[in-house]
Write a protein that binds this ligand. Structure first.
Ligand SMILES: *[C@@H]1O[C@H](CO)[C@@H](O)[C@H](O)[C@H]1NC(C)=O
Ligand SMILES: *[C@@H]1O[C@H](CO)[C@@H](O)[C@H](O)[C@H]1NC(C)=O
Ligand SMILES: *[C@@H]1O[C@H](CO)[C@@H](O)[C@H](O)[C@H]1NC(C)=O
Length: 187
């Protein structure tokens, strides 16, 4: 008799616990970002003719391809290193507020897909510091979420989500990304 009561007690205690953790989960999803920033960055891939203006270079290509033209099969196997200007609007010729530096690599054969690893270096009157990004980029999807994994300066210990959107894509040489950054941890 006593053990049945004990069992019932445990059962209800367990219900109580799972109920309260669900409530905590509900609260979490309502969190508002502590910082919300929007930028554009511009990538001009070196194509053998635009050395003067190019901001990125193919540094690795699969066997049979070269580092001037992105590889067939959705560029699978290419690795690109970039140092791109960041602007507040979508104009390539606006005064940059920082640089986006890092790399992307193409990692899917049957569709355009890449993996991003880069840093925003911001050094202007509004923001000073760096923000680090990592994530999978299914390029053909309209909005892609990648992780903000850290930062320095104004963005020390930053964590959050950046939504990446392709704002322009011209030939195989120029593209522009719109990045909407929501930080959920700010110091
Ligand atoms: C570099 O950019 C400038 C300004 O947009 C443009 O006038 C020039 O034609 C470009 N040069 C090359 C080699 O693409
Ligand atoms: C690179 O490969 C492309 C495509 O196969 C070819 O058209 C181009 O001439 C090659 N460029 C060099 C510098 O080998
Ligand atoms: C930021 O800009 C200032 C003024 O141009 C410069 O003195 C400083 O070295 C820059 N800091 C970094 C980290 O680039």
């Amino acid at each position: 008799m006593e053990s049945t009561t004990l069992y019932a007690l445990f059962f209800f205690f367990h219900l109580y616990l799972s109920g309260s953790s669900a409530m905590q989960h509900g609260k979490k999803t309502q969190h508002q970002p502590c910082k919300h920033l929007k930028f554009f960055f511009h990538d001009i891939i070196y194509n053998g003719k635009n050395a003067e203006n190019a901001t990125s270079a193919i540094v690795a290509a699969p066997e049979g391809s070269n580092r001037t033209i992105l590889a067939p099969q959705n560029h699978f196997g290419n690795v690109v290193v970039f140092d791109d200007p960041i602007t507040l609007d979508n104009n390539l010729h606006s005064i940059p507020v920082g640089r986006a530096q890092g790399m992307y690599l193409y990692d899917k054969k049957d569709t355009f897909y890449s993996w991003l690893g880069f840093t925003f270096l911001l050094n202007n009157t509004d923001h000073q510091g760096t923000i680090n990004f990592i994530g999978a980029d299914p390029i053909l999807v309209k909005t892609r979420d990648i992780s903000v994994v850290g930062g320095t300066g104004d963005f020390a210990m930053a964590r959050g989500i950046a939504t990446v959107m392709t704002d322009a894509f011209e030939g195989e040489v120029y593209f522009r990304l719109h990045v909407d950054i929501k930080l959920y941890e700010c110091w």
